[in-house]
Ligand binder design. Sequence first.
Ligand code: C5P
Length: 408
Amino acid sequence: MSERTDLQGRHIVLGLTGGIACYKSAELVRLLTKAGATVQVVMTEAAEAFITAVTMQALSGRPVVTSQWDAREPNNMAHINLGREADAILIAPASADFMAKLATGRADELLSLMCLARPRERCPLLIAPAMNREMWSHPATLRNVATLRADGATLLGPGHGDQACGETGDGRMLEAQELCDDLVAFFQPKLLAGRKLLITAGPTFEAIDPVRGITNHSSGKMGFALARAAQEAGAEVTLVAGPVHLPTPRGVRRLDVMSAQQMFDAVVPVAPQHEVFIATAAVADWRPASLSAHKIKKEGKKVAPTFELTENPDILAAVAALPDAPYCVGFAAESENLLAHARAKLLRKRIPLIIGNLGPATFGRDDNSLLVVDAQTEHALPADGRATDKLTLARILMQELATRLAAR
Ligand code: C5P
């Protein structure tokens, strides 16, 4: 997959405070710079007890700033300059003590001074807490979190799991990749804020016997990219996935199913609670009429077994026919005559929008090119028809969707 540069042109100030999670911040710098950002690291004295400024300088390619008395700044005002240059300040790890300091507006060292002095309307503050579970759940910390949120800060995490102290619970700093993904999402325009989207993705698996079944080559990548793009755009997303090996996009609610019938049962009852339904799943049209309770054995058979097939329910058509149907978007994977087939499907399923693509050219791939078809118009996405990575396509589709929803 081509390297993504979602943070191209962004300048991030990464603040480290005292916590064992500082080791993850080294990886975080690598991921942020790989994504195109420039990163200026600022460390408190306590952070330097956990990781050296040498490491962070080597990874960020910039001298680390640790003191408000750093004479390298010509005007000697590092706390002012750093925040004026940044597109965002991310504190990772943020210790309980540092959050208490921010919540009360104290500024007795460079990092807190810089947070207090930042231009709030253009330099957002993101905080990734990292602490023991008792510290995280302490009323004083929770009070500080509420204050920080009220003051406009965005909390990333914390995560749940094993802690360095040997205990298990809430308070772990998110993993570097999760923080990087959250930062990328933070910068996406919130075009679908508050909207509820339901998305199907992947193939279905129609069992023949306990070990065999009928499935297809759909990888689920387009549907998962759409779920991620919708979540990044501020939507509340439910993703109903057939059997695929893909990580759940952050912040997305995922329900796993196997068969078309299970997908139907998971989708149709909840569809009216959503404003949009996007059917990207490659649902099997037929399933074996009967399921063998035991593995069908080869031994003793002179002729190969035959299977009677029965039709699966059409999930998209069923949702579109509901009296309180959401706005329905279908996908058409064809091998030829894309426009004609897509438009026929639009009419047959009585949906307002269908996205056409060439099945053999998209299944399993990271990139694709689409044809957006409604009752009157059609256009290629991207406009030049060149294959583009699925997340980029998904983000453009979300813009298109937001415009169509606003025009309804
Ligand atoms: O009917 P066909 O498979 O050609 O249409 C494709 C579109 O319909 C896709 O959006 C697919 O997710 C959806 N579909 C469905 N349930 C089916 C078959 C297709 O939701 N049983």
